[in-house]
Design a protein around this ligand. Structure first.
Ligand SMILES: C[S@@+](CC[C@H](N)C(=O)[O-])C[C@H]1O[C@@H](n2cnc3c(N)ncnc32)[C@H](O)[C@@H]1O
Length: 405
């Protein structure tokens, strides 16, 4: 038996020396099936299949080890890696999670888990895993690269700059680092925030959101909007309401007794989970608010935007979509941050939120065919113990539905 295996090993080595990687892989698999305890053969087979550009066959070989029940963390990490090459992020994620359970201190395992999470679209979890991989193996260029590029993609400027500097210190690809810095610079002057950034921000904030807003931030936008809506529309049949950037549902709570039906839209699944738990919404959509507005014409009596247009930046497109989505006589009620008079129309603040100049908002509203029924300079939130300049705005679509002159 041993002689048999030895000659198979020789055949595999000869195939490898001729660059015949699939031939070699088959020989290693023969050896593995003769001696099922020899994980080494299946590892060699997987490596040869990968060199032969057949990642699915590599996955199969590594699964043979995993199904034996004695796979090491590194075997499972190799399985995750092969599954990624085979384009199967969900299998990669399962194998990587199992590998991390077996050895949470191995940087290579954390790295493959990060790559699997990224491939599965779980970007905030992925960036955390890249950071963990970099802590476990401070010399890992791949881990620093992953963290730097993902922070950049998420638009988290401070973290991205720090990770780019660490990647650079490890001798990372100068061209890729410069491109990432260019992307950050372009993002700084952009008139919109990236959806990935907003999602990441609020997914990470959701658990603390309501306690913070009720406590130090003294958030009053829902009550102020309710008062403004009651003043603009003292009596009406129950309203069909679209709650833009609904978050955990604070604004819907303030309007529930005036609603026939409330639909919420938000980019953050973690915020939406909490909104769902309120039981106030007929429907919740995880999407960009502009996309939901664009999907319906003359569908809403009231569009709510409580502390969300600060994340949208330039408002022309959004207000145009609101005008089309409102029924004749419908209202947009919004609480947003106010930029000082005499400065630019749109200010990207250090917090990354935008502030709008009131006159700019009026002009954008008029261009969209909405008339300004109310625009009060009113702070609705505090930060660092101080009131944040804000405004409570009610815009209306004319009864006839036409554009304003
Ligand atoms: C400050 S919170 C306000 C939440 C809620 N309106 C309230 O009054 O508590 C802003 C919310 O808007 C969401 N958001 C920001 N930009 C968005 C966009 N373009 N589309 C959908 N939701 C967005 C965020 O995910 C977040 O949940």
């Amino acid at each position: 038996m041993t002689d048999g295996i030895e000659s198979i090993e020789r055949l595999a080595a000869i195939a490898e020396s001729h660059g015949d990687w699939s031939g070699a892989a088959r020989q290693w698999e023969r050896a593995g099936s003769i001696d099922p305890d020899a994980r080494r053969y299946w590892r060699c087979a997987a490596e040869a299949w990968l060199r032969a550009d057949q990642p699915s066959a590599a996955v199969r070989a590594l699964r043979t080890i995993a199904s034996g029940g004695n796979a090491s963390a590194r075997d499972l990490a190799a399985l995750a890696d092969a599954a990624l090459s085979a384009g199967d992020p969900s299998a990669a994620l399962d194998a990587a999670a199992e590998a991390a359970r077996l050895d949470a201190r191995d940087g290579a395992v954390a790295l493959v888990e990060a790559r699997a999470l990224e491939a599965a679209g779980r970007l905030p979890d992925a960036v955390g895993a890249f950071e963990r991989a970099a802590r476990l193996d401070p010399d890992s260029v791949a881990a620093q690269r992953g963290a730097a590029l993902l922070w950049t993609r998420l638009g988290m400027h401070g973290k991205a700059e720090a990770a780019l500097a660490r990647w650079q210190a490890l001798g990372g690809d100068a061209g890729a680092i410069a491109a990432a810095r260019d992307a950050l610079a372009a993002d700084r002057t952009a008139d919109a925030l990236s959806p990935a950034y907003v999602r990441h921000l609020f997914d990470g904030y959701a658990a603390r959101y309501e306690a913070d807003l009720a406590g130090p931030l003294a958030y009053a936008a829902p009550a102020m909007l309710r008062a403004a809506i009651d003043a603009a529309l003292p009596e009406s049949p129950p309203l069909d309401i679209l709650d833009l950037g609904c978050g955990t549902g604070l604004a819907a709570r303030a309007l529930a007794d005036r609603a026939r039906r409330i639909v919420g839209v938000d980019l953050s699944p973690a915020m939406l989970e909490r909104a769902q738990a309120t039981g106030l919404y007929a429907e919740l959509r995880c999407a960009d608010l502009n996309d939901v507005l664009a999907a319906a014409t003359a569908a809403w009596d009231l569009v709510l935007a409580a502390d969300v247009l600060n994340y949208v930046g330039a408002l022309d497109r959004c207000l145009g979509l609101v005008a089309a989505a409102l029924r004749p006589g419908g209202l947009l009620a919004a609480a947003l941050e106010r930029a000082p008079d005499g400065g630019p129309d749109l200010v990207r603040q250090a917090s990354q939120r935008f502030a709008h100049r009131p006159v700019h908002l009026r002009v954008a509203a008029a261009r969209a065919g909405l008339h300004t029924r109310r625009l009060d300079a009113q702070s609705y939130r505090r930060e660092g113990g101080r009131p944040v300049p804000g405004m409570i705005v009610v815009l209306g679509r004319a009864e006839g539905g036409g554009r304003q002159p």
